[in-house]
Ligand binder design. Structure first.
Ligand SMILES: Cc1cc2nc3c(=O)[nH]c(=O)nc-3n(C[C@H](O)[C@H](O)[C@H](O)COP(=O)(O)OP(=O)(O)OC[C@H]3O[C@@H](n4cnc5c(N)ncnc54)[C@H](O)[C@@H]3O)c2cc1C
Length: 495
């Protein structure tokens, strides 16, 4: 039922651009999927559909092809974080005697240009080229709107499909603060495109996007103040973790102010002036720029969801069941627009799962067991499974071990002992329930723990596995041993 007559109008160099739809091999598929949104969930869904012999039409507008991750999310943020880290390390006295370093920011614009080149390269190689000449995938640049549960309208034309997938993602949500006008604030959609480094920057928010951006800009040389509404940054995490991270960020010179109520914002003498109450005491903050990172709003307005009978939650995200089908039969949803587990790898997983369920026979339920996540501050925050607070809410009795990195030989040798490894186990079964890691490159430790949780490996079994000396992963073994032993009294590599 796919409409092969719509021409591809995207500005990206897709296979379709180089090879007009008419010169593409025609799709021999008799079944079709319409995808509204063109981010990671969409691409994964389209490839899965093509694999199943289903013709997929991706309809994308707003962000360029590839959506948030490649254009304004994961890729630009992580490459700039690395650039800022390189500068930071070069500017500080190294922790090794007899060595001096020096480094300076020569040209911020060039840093941004290099980032832009990477984004363009990855958008081409990981998105445009991937759908390339695939006869079973068509990409349309245009705003999609549901007409009913089998029809989508794009630029006044109606296309029909056997199933529809909505994966329109999310965008920055803005705090209710008088004076916050388009053009006078930055978000993740504009901050990575600045030509000049702000001398000073207010960052509103205290979760991962705010903290990653705050540290990155501070390391580049901006004077950064984080304004967080809650009593602490990362308020969903336990205080040991957030207190330690707050301390490390403050040591680097970031100002972190919590308990903030934003009242009013204005431009004055080339500066942003924000009137606030901090724990009920009036306080004014000034900076050259302000970056807002106070959560995400789901792209579900003007989508015609009501025409198809697709229900949303009170926060605007789309309601789905375990198979990712919405309240309208044949209409599925995936990715950030679901409002939970908002990562690129879950978006891709959900996109493929939804298509499998729509076209693949036996339906599978979504499963987020042992879902790992990372906050790319330095030190990084990495987590999987339950923390002790969450386990207690579920009525599970736990043992918790927190191993400071000063016990890990790799960290000692690298003279980088900031942070800890915390493991949480089920007291009754010895099975690992979760981990929270605060460590430079701590994300690299996560998968071992994630696999242990997923496959029911006990803490005793984990501790019995060889872990090479001196690797950071030895820290996992030491933390596992620490449930029963004082690791401070163990010899090197002793079990
Ligand atoms: C600053 C930042 C850093 C991040 N870093 C990481 C990270 O390091 N690791 C990680 O795993 N995740 C990270 N994420 C999260 C990750 O980027 C998202 O979870 C993921 O990109 C969501 O993919 P999606 O396909 O659901 O939506 P998106 O990628 O947002 O795609 C949705 C697309 O649909 C378009 N659209 C919306 N409405 C319509 C319509 N009506 N018609 C047509 N098109 C429409 C949008 O413009 C967009 O192009 C980060 C996010 C941000 C903001």
């Amino acid at each position: 039922m796919s409409d092969c007559c719509l021409t591809h109008t995207s500005g990206e160099k897709t296979g379709n651009d180089r090879n007009s739809p008419s010169s593409k091999r025609p799709s021999n598929s008799t079944r079709s999927l319409l995808i509204i949104g063109g981010g990671s969930a969409a691409f994964s869904a389209a490839l899965k559909a093509a694999e199943l012999g289903v013709h997929a039409t991706i309809i994308n507008d707003g962000l360029p092809m590839g959506g948030t991750c490649v254009n304004v999310g994961c890729v630009p943020s992580k490459t700039l974080i690395r650039a800022a880290e390189a500068l930071h390390r070069a500017q500080r006295p190294p922790p090794f005697a007899g060595i001096a370093t020096s480094g300076k920011l020569l040209d911020f614009k060039t840093v941004i240009e290099q980032k832009r080149a990477l984004v363009e390269e990855l958008r081409q190689s990981k998105y445009a080229d991937v759908i390339g000449d695939n006869p079973n995938i068509t990409f349309i640049k245009g705003r999609g709107r549901l007409v009913d549960a089998q029809t989508v309208e794009v630029d006044g034309k109606k296309i029909q499909g056997d199933a529809i997938l909505v994966c329109t993602g999310a965008r920055p949500s803005l705090p209710a603060i008088a004076g916050l006008d388009r053009g006078n604030y930055l978000t993740n959609e504009t901050a990575f495109e600045l030509d000049a480094l702000p001398e000073s920057l207010l960052v509103v928010g205290g979760r991962y996007i705010a903290l990653e951006c705050a540290q990155m800009f501070a390391r580049m040389g901006s004077k950064v103040t984080v304004l967080q509404r809650s009593g602490r940054i990362l308020p969903d995490e336990t205080p040991d973790l957030t207190d330690a991270l707050t301390g490390y960020l403050r040591e680097e010179g970031l100002e972190i102010v919590t308990g903030i109520k934003l009242l009013h914002m204005k431009q004055e003498g080339g500066q942003v002036v924000v009137e606030t109450r901090v724990n009920d005491v009036p306080q004014t903050f000034r900076a050259q720029r302000i970056l807002v990172a106070t959560g995400r709003t789901y792209n579900t307005e003007n989508l015609g969801l009501e025409n198809a009978g697709v229900q949303t939650n009170s926060n605007g995200s789309i309601q789905v069941g375990e198979t990712l089908e919405t309240s309208a039969a044949g209409v599925y949803a995936a990715g950030d627009v679901l409002g939970a587990n908002m990562f690129v790898y879950t978006a891709a997983y959900e996109g493929a799962l939804a298509v499998g369920n729509a076209f693949g026979g036996a339906k599978r339920k979504r499963d987020y067991t042992a879902l790992p996540w990372v906050i790319f501050t330095d030190p990084q925050v990495a987590g999987v499974g339950l923390d002790e607070k969450q386990a207690a809410t579920q009525g599970i009795e736990t043992d918790v071990v927190t191993l400071p990195l000063s016990h890990v030989p790799r960290s000692l040798a690298a003279r980088e002992t900031r942070g800890f490894i915390k493991l949480i186990r089920n007291r009754a079964t010895d099975r690992l329930l979760g981990a929270r890691i605060l460590a430079a490159e701590g994300s690299e430790l996560l998968m071992e723990v994630s696999l242990a949780i997923k496959f029911g490996i006990t803490v005793r079994e984990l501790a019995a596995c060889f872990h090479p000396y001196l690797t950071l992963s030895e820290g996992i073994k030491l933390a596992a041993l620490a449930f029963d032993k004082d690791v401070g009294k163990l010899s090197c590599c002793a079990a």
